[in-house]
Design a protein around this ligand. Structure first.
Ligand SMILES: C[S@@+](CC[C@H](N)C(=O)[O-])C[C@H]1O[C@@H](n2cnc3c(N)ncnc32)[C@H](O)[C@@H]1O
Length: 234
């Protein structure tokens, strides 16, 4: 699902910088240097890219999905703000991509067809209390929701707590969609309900969509379709 603009930038690059699995998706060619880095070094990676750009390289920092959604675009601008003043005048462009929740929503039908919000369930970069507050308020406001980074091996309990909070705030029939490895050969889509959802349905390759109270499922031969109507009637 790479966009034509992103592909054109990759084709014109001298250097590709990014997390190892994303850089490995780039076809090697003469004149292109691939710089793979570990996931935990975002700021160093961004500073490295900016330094190479300052030295005259054409650098592409790659993310999956959209670079502005829980990804490298913010890290690059944080590094710009903290770095030498000359970095502010570099020709930096963020090229939009198709974020996981939109690819997942399209695969399932149209569950984000009305108001929705997005929450990163990882508490690596923010306290769990803030995640819990946002979950409760989003449920109270009857947003559909998309959860990124739902469950990692190092913090499996966060998603269990998320399901407990949703169970407190929403009805058992609430539509839930577990979309794993969307747009890859491993893609798996599970359209279910809150009552049937279990923590092991999510991992770090899954984006989880929760419908609003109006989200519906059309049963048919084959996979069902989930959608949220365009209007909320008074
Ligand atoms: C650090 S975030 C990066 C999001 C990415 N920038 C985007 O716009 O999709 C990583 C999380 O995105 C979601 N994700 C990324 N690619 C996915 C895919 N192909 N299928 C399902 N979820 C995906 C998962 O929730 C994963 O834990």
């Amino acid at each position: 699902m790479i966009t034509p603009d992103a592909q054109a930038a990759i084709d014109a690059a001298t250097d590709i910088v990014g997390y190892i699995p994303y850089v490995r998706r780039i076809m090697p060619r003469d004149g292109l240097v691939l710089h793979e880095t570990d996931n935990r070094v975002e700021m160093e990676r961004a500073a490295h890219a900016l330094q190479m750009a300052s030295d005259g390289h054409r650098v592409v920092v790659v993310s999956s999905g959209d670079p502005g959604v829980f990804a490298m675009a913010s890290a690059v601008y944080e590094a710009v703000e903290a770095g030498p003043r000359t970095w502010r005048n570099l020709d930096i462009r963020v090229l939009p991509g198709i974020t996981a929740m939109l690819a997942a929503a399209a695969a399932a039908g149209a569950p984000l067809g009305h108001d929705f919000c997005t929450i990163n369930l990882s508490d690596n970069l923010k306290p769990w209390a803030l995640i819990e507050k946002r979950l409760r308020l989003a449920a109270e406001a009857d947003f559909a929701m998309a959860f990124y980074n739902p469950r990692s091996k190092s913090r499996p309990e966060g998603f269990e707590r998320t399901l407990d909070i949703l169970t407190e705030c929403c009805e058992p029939e609430r539509v839930m969609i577990f979309a794993r490895a969307v747009s890859t050969p491993d893609q798996a889509l599970n359209i279910t309900t809150l009552a049937k959802a279990t923590p092991d349905m999510a991992d770090m390759r899954t984006v989880v969509l929760v419908g609003s109270s109006l989200t519906r499922v059309i049963e048919r031969d084959g996979a069902p379709i989930a959608y949220t109507p365009r209007s909320v009637l008074e």
